[in-house]
Design a protein around this ligand. Sequence first.
Ligand SMILES: [Zn+2]
Length: 355
Amino acid sequence: MSTVRTDLRAEITSLLDRHQQLAVSGNAMQGFNKYYPPDYDPEKHSSLNAYRGKHALGDRARKIGEGILIVRFELPFNIWCGTCNNHIGMGVRYNAEKKKVGNYYSTPIYSFRCKCHLCSGWFEIQTDPKNTRYVVVSGARQKEEDWDPEENGGFAVHETDPNQGPVDPLAALEKSTDAQNHMNNVQVPRIEALQNLADHYSSDPYTHSLRVRRRFREQKKIEKAREEADESIKSVYGLPEALALSAEDDETRAKAKQEWEEGRQALEERESAKRRKLGAEVVSVMPRASSSRSSARSGQSSRPSSSSGSKTSDPVSALRAKILGNTAKQSISIGGISRSKPPDPKSARALVRRI
Ligand SMILES: [Zn+2]
């Protein structure tokens, strides 16, 4: 047990020693740690890079004194090298010297100087912020493959107004005068009117509120009275609660009267039509009843009914007149009791049969 513990302690000690050595040499821990040498003075040397005399970007900044940074640059189009006349395809990458050469408004213009990988000749490409593209400045020829809208009857994107001609000072003056007149004659009066209206509405809110509330109270009173009247009518006639009653005025009253008269007329027409129908039925029923009675009396069923009708024509017509009179009297009396309930034709027929 004690031997194991001793071995473990020895191992830990050796590991710590190794770690210390690595930290001192600064190889294995690079990227994770920084080694500050004993003669490093943070006040004298502002940073470790300054202490070692190196730029933070390393070798890429070796020409930083000339304003040049080495960057990886990819050809944005196909070119022909001006020195060896070889074709170099789009997308070939170079370690280019990037340098600011000017400004387009506030946008910097950069130049990229590249060394041809086939002949060691130099060519230079610059950014063109105005047209958002790259241009070859020297040492090469760009293969022209862009679709040019101007060639095809269109306009380049950066031309915002292609129709604008040279500026005519008189036309500009006329335009500005028109605008001034429009403002004086139309816009200013309109704004003043709106301002007056706003002042009128917001000058005395108390009075406005008072008026509005008074009007609201009056309307509420009228509404309440109307509701009470409606409720009383509904309770008298047993109408459903949800039924909406129309307002009572001359127009609706006249309309209701007209409808009532029309309904009354229609009812009378219906009743007179029924009366006529009843009369016709009585006429059609009577000969059959008399024939059956006469045949029963004689005891011969094979006897033709037409001959019996002709024989008893006078009593039948007298009976018909009597029945018609009775029916008319009955229908009038029924109508007098209740106009909505017309006399039942079945009961009338039964009456006729019984007679
Ligand atoms: Zn070349």
